[in-house]
Design a protein around this ligand. Structure first.
Ligand code: ADP
Length: 621
């Protein structure tokens, strides 16, 4: 649009000026080769940051900061060519209140045709759009940040116009659908990527979204290469004032890996379920934060419970135990809860009395307490197995051993008495052959007696009949006695023990003697002839420690954990030729445990062993 903006014929110069002054836009008229500022209304003066003193000055003098910006050139171009110029959101540096700043304008440079009275020029009409530009930039920045954030989380975004069906989506969404970021797909093309079998899910979700406003589905899609992926879409519908759905905005993510993990988990859970079923294992799972306990069907059976009654630790578990096993089982649980002591391991045998069926069952329970990074326990899981039948067999076997040992005790005692009688006689007559033979016989009888007493102790332990008879005694005196008893058998070794001043302790003297005896006879048995065996007593923290150290074959770390178990014997090259039943250390450990003490071993293979026990000075027996 070109028009002659010289003072129109029917408009006086004055009226034109006043019209300009009142115009709601910024206007200036520049004339002549120097683009002298002929007119400038108050709006444009304000924009320029100048006052009326600029009138009559060439443009670059009135607005010197404009030099170096493209506008002078543009104005001259309009002036010489007579072609108008339109600028949109043009960036201009201006000095307002002596401060240079950047501002944005939409403007027109309109050529003015020269006449006889006045030269041609350019009319400048401008509106400032700085605020709009800056706020749009902010919005664009925010959108860009949001886009980057959603891209970073792996989410694709989409915006579907529900009226036209046009869809706009982020590059990530295209990639999730197995397409190139730049590929333009329509809504229906996107839908075609969904596996046909899953399409009803999408359609149902879409219909539902149009009613509820919420869009959600998880379906499979097929990429071009045939790969099947899982996607999850979440969206919201925007409704117009009339309640008609306008747009659907949302995100889509690839959840193939999540699904895979879930799938694997379900499969392994299923396998575990089958395995526990086959082994008739019951399972328990306790949430230690809320103390919520879950027992499966089999676990309930082992506690003689109906299938659906609720369970908890105190009333179902503890009260379901045989009263004689309650304390030890509760202790086993507390032990497992103490990470420092047990590393969360739980392994115990107990009897249950059926809550509803009143039946007695033997149960072996094994479990694990789970701790978080702060070592706070949060879950206790495990399995229970019915061992009633094994236990009954074992008890029968025990009874048999107890009976047999008992029956053997009497003839052995009289045999020993006879031999001691004969020994006294042989000493008298000085028959060295007889003396030697009888001494050897006595040693063998002692060994046999120890063995039989071991069996008797074991069966007493198993049936819970091994009770302590505590007295106060001097530990040093007891050790000396045991050492003296062992000297005849252990002539091959040098046993050293330095008896110090009395150390008084309350414990079952005979049984503690039995433990020391077991340590010494093992030391003799598992170390070469002519080596030393050292016995020491020391006071520790709130108790005392007795240790027996040998220079024998030693014990591998993996065996050290087991040698205190019943019937456990190390079976390898190093122990070839040593006979035994693997009950000595088991009984010793039980005796020390009954005293609330601790038993242990320090050893390295081939480098001897130190067996020790610690007893509290003032035990609560
Ligand atoms: P037994 O000696 O009858 O086999 P124990 O219960 O006394 O049974 O010992 C269990 C196992 O511990 C032994 O079989 C042996 O392998 C190992 N053991 C015990 N004491 C020692 C020791 N002083 N040195 C090396 N190994 C030992």
């Amino acid at each position: 649009m070109t028009y002659n903006a010289n003072t129109p014929d029917n408009l006086s110069q004055q009226s034109f000026s006043s019209l300009m002054a009142q115009a709601p836009v910024a206007i200036a008229v520049l004339r002549g080769d120097d683009l002298v500022i002929e007119l400038a209304n108050s709006q444009i003066l304000q924009i320029w940051g100048k006052d009326e003193r600029v009138l009559g000055l060439p443009f670059i003098e009135g607005l010197p900061e404009i030099v170096g910006q493209p506008y002078v050139g543009l104005l001259q171009n309009v002036y010489t060519t007579g072609q108008p110029f339109y600028g949109t959101e043009a960036k201009v540096t201006l000095v307002r209140n002596n401060v240079p700043g950047i501002y944005y304008f939409n403007f027109v440079y309109q050529p003015l045709i020269g006449t006889a009275e006045s030269p041609g020029g350019v009319m400048v009409v401008a509106t400032e759009v700085t605020e709009q530009v800056l706020s749009r930039r902010k919005l664009e920045d925010a959108e860009e940040r949001l886009r980057l954030a959603t891209e970073a989380t792996g989410l694709g975004t989409f915006d579907l116009d529900l009226q036209t069906g046009a869809v706009i989506y982020s590059p990530r969404l295209a990639r999730i659908f197995g397409r190139d970021s730049a590929e333009q797909l329509s809504h229906s093309e996107l839908r075609q990527i969904v596996l046909p079998i899953d399409m009803p899910i999408v359609i149902a979700a879409f219909d539902k979204a149009l009613k509820t406003g919420i869009y959600f589905y998880e379906v499979r899609i097929a990429w071009r290469d045939g790969a099947v992926r899982w996607i999850r879409t979440n969206g919201n519908v925007v409704f117009g004032d009339d309640g008609i759905p306008q747009r659907m905005l949302g995100t889509t993510e690839d959840i193939t890996e999540q699904k895979q993990v879930m799938d694997d988990l379900l499969k392994s859970e299923e396998k575990l379920r089958l395995a526990t079923q086959a082994a008739e294992l019951g399972t328990f799972d306790m949430d230690l934060i809320n103390r919520h306990l879950v027992w499966d069907k089999r676990c309930r059976e082992l506690f003689g419970m109906d299938e659906d009654s609720p369970v908890d630790y105190e009333t179902s578990f503890l009260l379901g135990l045989h009263p004689d096993d309650l304390e030890k089982t509760d202790e086993a649980v507390n032990f497992a809860f103490d990470k420092a002591r047990s590393n969360g391991e739980y392994d115990v045998e107990y009897r249950t009395i059926g809550l509803h069926d009143k039946k007695l069952r033997w149960v072996r329970a094994k479990g694990k307490v789970l701790f978080n990074e702060q070592d706070v326990r949060y879950r206790f899981i495990g399995a229970v197995l019915d061992i009633t039948e094994n236990k009954q067999n074992e008890l029968r076997k025990n009874d048999f051993i107890a009976m047999a040992s008992h029956e053997l005790k009497t003839p052995l005692t009289s045999l020993k008495a006879y031999i001691q009688l004969l020994l006294a006689k042989a000493l008298h007559t000085g028959d060295s052959f007889l003396l030697n033979a009888l001494q050897k016989s006595e040693n063998q009888i002692n060994k046999m007696t120890n063995l039989i007493y071991g069996f008797l102790d074991m069966s007493k332990l198993e049936s819970g009949k091994l009770v302590l008879e505590p007295t106060e005694f001097d530990m040093n005196a007891l050790i000396q006695e045991v050492v003296a008893d062992n000297r005849p058998i252990a002539q091959s070794h040098t046993i050293t023990f330095e008896r110090g001043r009395p150390i008084w302790i309350t414990a079952d003297r005979e049984k503690i003697g039995q433990v020391i005896n077991n340590f010494i006879s093992n030391a003799v048995k598992y170390s070469p002839k002519e080596t030393d065996i050292k016995i020491a007593v020391s006071q520790v923290d709130s108790g005392l420690k007795v240790s027996v150290t040998d220079s024998g074959i030693g014990i591998k770390a993996k065996d050290q954990q087991n040698i205190f178990q019943r019937f456990y014997r190390v079976e390898d090259e190093s122990t070839k030729g040593f006979s035994g039943f693997g009950i000595g250390l088991y009984i010793s450990a039980e005796i020390i445990q009954l005293h609330k003490g601790q038993i242990g071993v320090n050893s390295q293979e081939g480098e001897g062993a130190e067996f020790y026990f610690m007893l509290p000075m003032k035990p609560s027996l």
